[in-house]
Design a protein around this ligand. Structure first.
Ligand code: PEP
Length: 248
């Protein structure tokens, strides 16, 4: 039996006042048996860590460098994230792939580096609208996962999370139906199971893409959907609390 997990991805939305306000509201209104993770912009990690003392909500990062340290202007290392209590790291988010040209291999390097540092990578996979329309969903998701297996091995998924995030559903209000999502979640699990059935059974596979208070329960009820990665709706504490409650 896999436990449920809900991750808030605030993206580049925050200021000092809203971080305090939103996290205080999270602590007050979130009532769930699911594990809850919040990924603020990295600059606010320290403030978020202080706001979450004595809370069950844990910290994650939206991205990380695959390198340890050195001349990588603008980058943030795993060691830096760890100093501020970060436990999860999103890798290969579609916005990193589409806006910053991040390739499968880079996402795989970030995944492997995150594991090596003792943190939990959250690998995002998913197809664009065009890829879905041309019947390439399975090929795209398989390619994205295989790049990680090639570098980190199937054992890498022992302590990792996969998030299926159809690109056409992210920030668009256009959610995958529970059946569409379940189909790809099962595909992800089957791909892993073909190599190691135990690992495949244990790895949490989250759905992301316009999850909201109204659709979360139906999505999370599907057998291979273990929770959600939530962007826009996580900026509203009540909406996010309702999503977390749907993961009970
Ligand atoms: C995301 O950014 O990972 C995401 C799923 O965003 P949204 O919930 O806004 O679609």
């Amino acid at each position: 039996m896999r436990s449920k997990l809900v991750i808030a991805n605030w993206k580049m939305n925050a200021d000092k006042a809203s971080v305090s306000r939103l996290l205080a509201a999270y602590c007050e209104v979130i009532k769930t048996s699911a594990q809850v993770v919040v990924c603020p912009p990295a600059l606010y990690m320290h403030q978020a860590e202080e706001s979450l003392v004595d809370s069950r909500v844990v910290l994650g990062a939206q991205d990380v460098s695959q390198y340890g340290n050195g001349a990588y202007t603008g980058e943030i290392s795993l060691a830096m994230l760890k100093e501020f209590g970060c436990r999860y790291v999103i890798v290969g988010h579609s916005e990193r792939r589409s806006l910053y040209g991040e390739q499968d291999e880079t996402a795989a390097e970030k995944f492997a580096a995150t594991l090596q540092a003792g943190l939990i990578p959250v690998l995002c996979v998913g197809e664009t609208k065009q890829e879905r329309e041309t019947g390439e969903t399975e090929a795209v998701v398989t390619r994205q996962i295989n790049a990680v297996i090639k570098l980190a091995g199937i054992d890498g998924f022992e302590n990792a999370v996969v998030a299926y995030e159809p690109v056409w559903a992210i920030g668009t209000g256009d959610t995958a139906t529970p059946e569409q999502a379940q189909q790809v979640h099962k595909l992800v699990r089957d791909k892993l199971a073909a190599i190691d059935a135990d690992v495949a059974q244990r790895v949490p596979v989250l759905y992301g893409g316009s999850v909201n208070a109204g659709n979360a329960k139906e999505l999370f009820a599907m057998p291979d959907i273990d929770g959600g990665l939530v962007g826009g709706a996580s900026l509203d504490a009540d909406a996010f609390a309702a999503i977390c409650a749907a993961a009970n």
